[in-house]
Design a protein around this ligand. Structure first.
Ligand SMILES: [Fe+2]
Ligand SMILES: [Fe+2]
Length: 242
């Protein structure tokens, strides 16, 4: 298992570990700033690999903020390992995430972010968007790095295998194929289609991201607004009404 580090946008580092047992990449995103931020703590069992990868960019003990989308092991399994390794670090999540999960799970108090609240880390501004059930989970939320217009989009645009770190090619086609292929998997039905799904995707598109930082698969550089509106259509066609 090897971990690679790639700067996919200014100060945004993709830390990627391919896990053969799952056949997918697990990607964390480190934002180098006065108050370093990482999106996804990652799996507990991958903590040493993630920490060593962070150390190629900055001292892991300097980490200040740990964000994630929703409460799952790949998103926040190593949260307490991070809180132990970085004495100034604090988890940031949705009000639901903090109240329902982190208030009990985390070894130190977490900070709850309101929908649309901005977290300033120095040069960068991270806008938090509460996105219940997108990609999944009542507690779900996403972060938008406004300075460089990077959307940290968790499981949206999921692609299996070992694609390149960053692509300008279409991401929606592979994501659509993964949704359809996933229907026959024991892990099927991971993404619900709720009364909020389309409006949430349209709201993300309105942000006009230049980079989409995906947790599983390639990140995307290009017209993020168009990719998100296309993904909304794909979700409506493949999941809507089922
Ligand atoms: Fe997930
Ligand atoms: Fe994930």
């Amino acid at each position: 298992m090897t971990t690679t580090v790639t700067e996919i946008a200014g100060d945004v580092y993709r830390i990627s570990t391919f896990a053969p047992e799952y056949g997918i990449q697990f990607n964390q995103f480190l934002i180098k700033d006065d108050e370093p931020f990482v999106m996804h703590a990652g799996f507990r069992k991958m903590f040493a690999a993630t920490r060593d990868a962070v150390a190629t960019v900055l001292d892991p003990a300097r980490l200040r903020w740990i964000g994630f989308s929703h409460f799952e092991s790949d998103e926040c399994g190593a949260l307490n390992e991070w809180l132990t390794a970085a004495p100034q670090a604090q988890a940031v999540a949705s009000f639901v995430g903090v109240t329902v999960n982190l208030a009990d799970f985390a070894v130190r108090p977490a900070r709850a972010l309101a929908d649309n609240e901005v977290l300033e880390t120095g040069r960068h501004r991270l806008r938090f968007l509460a996105t219940p059930h997108v990609p999944h989970g009542w507690d779900a939320g996403l972060f938008f790095e406004e300075t460089g217009r990077t959307l940290l989009c968790s499981d949206l645009f999921f692609q299996p295998g070992e694609p390149p770190a960053l692509t300008e090619a279409d991401l929606v086609g592979p994501a659509r194929a993964a949704i359809i292929g996933g229907r026959s998997s024991p892990l099927a039905k991971d993404m619900p289609y709720t009364p909020y799904t389309d409006a949430t995707l349209q709201r993300l598109a309105d942000l006009k991201p230049r980079t989409l930082a995906t947790m599983h698969g390639s990140s995307f550089a290009g017209d993020g607004e168009r990719a998100l509106r296309d993904l909304a259509r794909v979700l409506r066609e493949t999941l809507g009404g089922r």
